[in-house]
Write a protein that binds this ligand. Structure first.
Ligand SMILES: Cc1cc2nc3c(=O)[nH]c(=O)nc-3n(C[C@H](O)[C@H](O)[C@H](O)COP(=O)(O)OP(=O)(O)OC[C@H]3O[C@@H](n4cnc5c(N)ncnc54)[C@H](O)[C@@H]3O)c2cc1C
Length: 406
């Protein structure tokens, strides 16, 4: 039986980056990826910050658009736009990105096997089905990079998933028109428990999708959105997916760690996982290599869990608090919130400061801007109605205003 220092189950972005970093650190690495070919369409809108590419260690070959504006649509028909003066987001071709990441893992020395499905793990031995038949290999460290419905998580008992969003997305072709704008549709009727989006892709294609809370079927909501907003759209492809929630559980144990969606390394507000997953995958690769090299299957992996908390913990907590407030709003309140946010000073500041990966960093600028205090007080009223002063203070990082100001 072949023996590896590290076996990575899942050759998505998180698995490929983990494998590359572990191999570059000197570990012998096997990647098992069940897809026989890496191709579109994938369950991803492909919207990332420009820095995500360098975090993942990818070139710009996958970039199909550069974006600098977003329009939010309230349920009642109102809207507001933020238009930055420089590119703030990229739209990528996921398959080109993933092919490059896997090629880089292989260049670093990892043995990448496509069409190979891991079927079990016991006593350090991973079993798998591959085009060549059933196989088995042993390892010092097993990495679960097998996505939101991670089997490694259940084999190892490392983390129990406790929440998820169901997502659906189509790629549609539209008649010639605007191409450089992201649209976000909010409100319970549109997408209960999350939001809907439209993102320009290649040529006249757009990725239109939405996510909804547990127990809701996303399909009728997407049909309604397409009929209302994109009646001329010709559907080219359709995908479904799951976005994991509830991060913060145990993501490492004796000789095993989880990374990426398997560990819910996802931004709570947007559901984006490529940036957080990339950051944590680099830490995962280093930890897995260190555990294999030292024979200590516990300490480096525990250190990995702490490293993830340091890398994404504060932003995740901030996002989760804002999301819980956001999800409590009914459609009437959404109309009100978008009307409050439609303040030229606020929109100018957001346009200047917005950072998709670190929304929290914008808060001190907003709070410290005297011209925005009136807007903030109006927002505070909405937030405290749902979440109380404690959550509102958490989000804004300031004490609640005295009642006489409200
Ligand atoms: C509709 C939708 C839109 C999204 N849009 C965005 C976006 O715009 N920007 C963004 O940053 N994020 C987005 N995300 C989230 C993003 O797609 C994920 O966070 C990201 O794919 C996570 O990468 P990963 O490598 O952890 O997992 P995955 O990409 O899910 O990769 C897991 C891999 O493991 C393989 N696998 C699973 N089980 C096994 C097994 N037993 N054996 C072998 N292989 C196995 C799978 O085939 C897969 O290739 C979106 C998600 C959805 C659902």
């Amino acid at each position: 039986m072949q023996r590896f220092d590290v076996i990575v189950v899942g050759g998505g972005p998180a698995g490929a980056v983990t494998a590359r970093v572990a191999a570059a650190a000197g570990a012998s690495v096997l990647v098992l990826e069940r897809r026989a070919r890496i191709e579109e369409p994938s369950a991803c809108a492909g919207l990332i910050s420009p820095r995500t590419l360098s975090v993942l260690g990818a070139s710009e070959a996958c970039v199909i658009r550069r974006l600098r504006s977003v329009t939010f649509h309230a349920p009642g028909g109102g809207s507001l736009s933020v238009r930055a003066t420089s590119d703030r987001a990229l739209v990528v071709d996921r398959s080109v990105l993933e092919q490059e990441l896997l090629a880089r893992a292989a260049e670093a020395g990892a043995d990448v096997r496509l069409g190979a499905t891991a079927t079990g793990w016991r006593d350090g031995i991973v079993r798998f089905d591959s085009p060549g038949g059933e196989g088995a290999a042993s390892c010092a460290v097993l990495v679960g990079a097998d996505g939101p419905e991670s089997q490694v998580a259940s084999w190892s008992g490392v983390r129990v998933a406790s929440g998820e969003l169901r997502a659906i997305q189509v790629e549609i072709e539209l008649p010639p028109g605007e191409v450089d704008n992201v649209h976000v549709f909010v409100g319970r009727r549109v997408a209960p428990g999350f939001f809907a989006w439209s993102i320009p892709a290649q040529d006249r294609r757009f990725r239109v999708g939405l996510a909804v809370g547990t127990g809701v079927d996303p399909a009728p909501h997407l049909e309604a959105l397409l009929a209302a907003r994109f009646p001329e759209g010709r559907i080219v492809s359709r995908v479904k997916g799951v976005i994991p929630l509830a991060p913060g559980g145990r993501i490492a144990g004796d000789g095993v760690l989880l990374v990426g969606d398997a560990a819910a390394h996802v931004k709570p507000l947007s559901g984006g996982g490529l940036y957080f997953g990339g950051l944590c995958a680099r830490a995962a690769g280093r930890a897995a290599a260190a555990a294999a090299a030292t024979g200590d299957r516990l300490a480096p992996l525990r250190h990995y869990q702490d490293a993830c908390r340091q890398l994404i913990g504060a932003e995740t907590r901030f996002g989760a608090t804002v999301r819980s407030i956001r999800d409590a709003l009914d459609d009437e309140e959404w109309n009100n919130v978008l009307a409050i946010l439609d303040d030229p000073d606020l929109l100018a500041l957001v346009a200047e400061r917005i950072d998709l990966d670190h929304l929290r960093h914008m808060v001190p600028h907003v709070v410290g801007h005297p011209r925005l205090w009136r807007t903030l007080l109006r927002l505070w009223e909405v937030v405290r109605a749902h979440a109380g002063d404690a959550s509102a203070s958490d989000v804004l990082g300031v004490a609640p205003p005295h009642d006489e100001f409200l």
